[in-house]
Design a protein around this ligand. Structure first.
Ligand code: RP5
Length: 174
């Protein structure tokens, strides 16, 4: 794997099932990455040390996921001047709305680019898009990815027309 350009950081290993979707995307695009568990609250010293040295370590984008009082992305953004993408993790209460609101309402001057609740896949894609702005190979892969996606949706329309919605539903249920 290439040098880690994207860091995927999460508040707890309990976030990993969701955050692994960002790692899958980065791996699919061949983007070098690293993965860490760091908490804004439980390991605040280590989080500070990590965020302050990330630029010098070559990190270009940080994807940070947290749930509940989800301060990790904002705290990292305060210390890391390059793009931070926040992933609100759905916890045991409030359907993730608490995480979303904790991450999205940053003070003007310190942005966190926030994706949807549990939307780590989009966070991975956003990181790829940011890097693709200055990487032609990656941009080509993004075009291919979107074309493949388009073909798969159009194929569904074709199948839906051919089967009719009731048969299509039966196939979906299987
Ligand atoms: C947050 O608290 C973490 O990001 C996680 O989503 C949540 C619960 O953490 P655990 O109690 O599962 O370690 O800081």
């Amino acid at each position: 794997m290439n040098k880690a350009l994207v860091s995927v950081v999460m508040g707890s290993d309990s976030d990993l099932p969701v955050m692994s979707e960002a790692l899958d995307v980065l791996n699919e695009f061949g983007v070098g990455n690293e993965v860490l568990v760091l908490s804004a609250h439980r390991t605040f010293e280590a989080t500070r040390e990590y965020a302050l040295s990330a630029v010098a370590d070559g990190t270009k984008v940080i994807i940070a996921g947290a749930g509940g009082a989800a301060h990790l992305p904002g705290v990292i953004a305060a210390m890391f001047p390059l793009p931070v993408i926040g992933v609100p993790i759905k916890g045991k209460t409030m359907d993730g709305l608490d995480s979303l609101l904790s991450i999205v309402q940053m003070p003007p001057g310190i942005p966190v680019s926030t994706v949807g609740i549990n939307a780590a896949k989009n966070a991975g894609l956003l990181a790829v898009e940011i890097l693709a702005a200055s990487d032609k190979e990656l941009l080509k892969k993004l075009h291919e990815y979107r074309n493949k996606q388009k073909e798969s949706v159009l194929a569904k329309t074709k199948k839906l027309k051919a089967l009719g919605y009731q048969k299509y539903l039966e196939v979906l249920k299987k």
